[in-house]
Design a protein around this ligand. Structure first.
Ligand SMILES: [Zn+2]
Length: 596
């Protein structure tokens, strides 16, 4: 274990309890450190029918021992017995399956948490329902502004845009902003419009529209660029809101078996919230943060300090910069080499000039930083590969781990460049499921063969770091694994998978969510496999992802998640398992979701 590895006797959290967390921060800071054991005594010995380690040299085990938050033994039940002492706890998981703590290489951690503090309006079937849900949410929300998401008037009887009257009557004193399902319109109440200084005299901005009544007064709906008229009045989230969002996001990650993430696009306010929680031992994920490259001052502040690998007991790393090359495929913003099949003349948008990507990358490499650049279209990806290649010539680095986020549509000529240049494709297998209904319409039958091309990349020797891009997608790691091995959606459509020759094997899919993702986060020495010397991060499933029928993956359940040897998510079944744990057979564990 390197010096960045576990340290004996540090304070570690128990089960995360969202509601009581803030109140207990001070008490936790004063809690005694974990007592050190005698020589040979483990804190915990775990046995299970199936333990997949993700260690290519010893892919399965029957037992492991944990001391001071790290694995000190991985192997047989007999071998683990030698680590039993008077104070060693035993956790016999019976028929359950243990995986290494899962890693999402691309998850917007703060946005996941903030979204959990917005009112969910998707699938509302009337505007009355929207108003009711919003008022009920606002009654218990401490936030100054009430934010909602997901309304769609096409699901309502009259299919007409709403007006603010009923919403303003229900919530006269609190500003409310409700985002339409596609993010291209908002509904504001009267209080929000008043705070924003918007009234009948306000002109429509270019590229935007204020929907008005017959007297010219705003109805509350603001379309496209007009949304900014309302949003600019909203205060940025307070430090307390960011801490609260972080706590909610931790719980959401842990309930899907995640113990580590890569976090694209963080700013100083996010880092402040993470650091505050880490300082008191309450930041229970390992977060490889990627600084927002659009924030020049932030980058200028951190580059000269050099990489900060895994401080705060392996919780936070600051050594990466996130850039954007192009837009997204759905809105035809992804930059393509040839025009869109369904929009001749449009080749998409380049958001950052290639010269700037090259310049930032060169400076980053000289400072020991990694660069992770969003690229969706084949032109976006080629530009980034060209920029990275030029930067590597200017500032040669042996272990740079430059990443391309999404790497979604690739020209066949560019596929081998990833492995050759050592560039990591950071892909989200769930995106293929979400996009397969229309991707070919955008790209055409030939170009689509280079889209979501996992097998093509793997065959060149590249290692794919998997993730979700949550909250763009849900955090649910089962979907990521299921998509990777089937290329079918949850309803198992299309049967046999969409361009199924690009599927991953189960071993590859697990590696993409553990060891390969760890490597993309400069963390394979502390995480990514159940191996002696690494942090004792692991997840417990009721059934074995590596053996169940593919269409049963979505029916598996997480029973517990451990970080540094401590439970950060538990169900009632595993809480009692330290004595005798016999999971019920199929379907019997669905009652046990303590976190919903
Ligand atoms: Zn993203």
């Amino acid at each position: 274990m390197s010096e960045a590895g576990p340290v004996a006797g540090r304070i570690e959290p128990g089960v995360m309890r969202r509601a009581t967390l803030l109140a207990s921060l001070a008490a936790a800071a004063a809690a005694p450190a974990v007592a050190a054991g005698g020589p040979g005594d483990a804190d915990l010995i775990v046995t299970a029918k199936t333990i997949h380690t993700s260690d290519p040299h010893a892919p399965s085990a029957q037992a492991f021992a944990v001391r001071d938050g790290s694995f000190v033994y991985v192997g047989s039940r007999d071998g683990a017995r030698a680590f039993r002492g008077a104070r060693t706890k035993s956790l016999d998981l019976g028929e359950a399956t243990v995986l290494p703590g899962l890693i999402d290489a691309h998850l917007h951690f703060m946005h996941v948490g903030l979204a959990l503090h917005e009112v969910e309006l998707a699938h509302s079937t009337t505007f009355d329902e929207v108003v009711r849900r919003t008022a009920a949410f606002a009654a218990s929300s401490p936030d100054a502004w009430i934010i909602g998401d997901g309304w769609d008037q096409n699901l309502w009887p009259d299919k007409a845009f709403p007006t603010h009257a009923a919403l303003s009557a229900a919530l006269p004193d609190k500003p409310v902003v409700l985002n339409r399902v596609d993010g291209h319109a908002v509904l504001a109440n009267a209080k929000a419009m008043a705070l924003a200084g918007v009234d009948a005299s306000t002109a429509d901005p270019s590229g935007g529209r204020i929907v008005r009544d017959e007297h010219g007064a705003p109805t509350g709906v603001f379309v496209d660029n007009a949304m900014a008229l309302i949003r600019r009045a909203m205060p940025p989230p307070s430090h307390e809101q960011l801490v609260r969002a972080s706590v909610a996001s931790l719980a959401e990650c842990h309930r899907w078996g995640l113990t580590s993430i890569g976090d694209p696009g963080v700013d100083q306010t996010y880092l402040d919230a993470y650091t505050e929680l880490a300082r008191v031992g309450r930041y229970t994920l390992r977060n490889h943060t990627m600084l927002a490259g659009s924030d020049d001052a932030l980058v200028a502040r951190y580059l000269p300090r050099g990489p900060q690998p895994w401080s705060s007991d392996g919780r936070l790393a600051i050594r990466a910069i996130k850039l954007y090359a192009d837009g997204a495929l759905g809105s035809r913003g992804a930059a393509l080499l040839a025009p869109y099949d369904d929009d001749p003349g449009n080749r998409g948008l380049l958001l950052t000039p290639q010269a700037k990507i090259q310049d930032v990358t060169t400076r980053a490499l000289r400072a020991g930083f990694q660069v992770c650049t969003h690229a969706i279209g084949d032109r976006g990806n080629r530009n980034v590969l060209d920029a990275y290649e030029a930067a590597l010539r200017a500032a040669p680095a042996t272990d740079h781990r430059l990443r391309i986020e999404h790497a979604q549509v690739l020209s066949p000529d560019d596929v081998p460049r990833f492995a050759r240049l050592g560039i990591i494709p950071s892909m989200q297998t769930m995106h293929q499921i979400s996009d397969m209904g229309w991707a070919q319409t955008r790209l055409g039958a030939q170009r689509v063969l280079g889209a979501y091309a996992w097998r093509s990349l793997l065959d060149t020797g590249a290692q794919i770091a998997n993730g979700t891009d949550a909250p763009i997608e849900v955090v649910d790691t089962r979907r990521t694994f299921h998509a990777a091995v089937t290329r079918e959606n949850e309803a198992n459509q299309p049967p046999g998978g969409w361009y199924p020759h690009q599927r991953m094997t189960r071993t590859e899919a697990l590696a993409s969510m553990t060891l390969w993702a760890a490597r993309s986060n400069f963390a394979e020495h502390i995480s990514g496999s159940i191996s002696t010397g690494k942090y004792a991060d692991f997840a417990v499933l009721d059934r074995d992802w590596m053996r169940v029928a593919p269409d049963e993956v979505m029916a598996t359940r997480f029973l517990a998640t451990y970080s540094s040897g401590r439970a950060v998510y538990e169900t009632p079944l595993t809480k009692t398992a330290q004595h005798a744990f016999r999971p019920r057979r199929r379907g019997g564990t669905s009652c046990c979701g303590a976190h919903g």
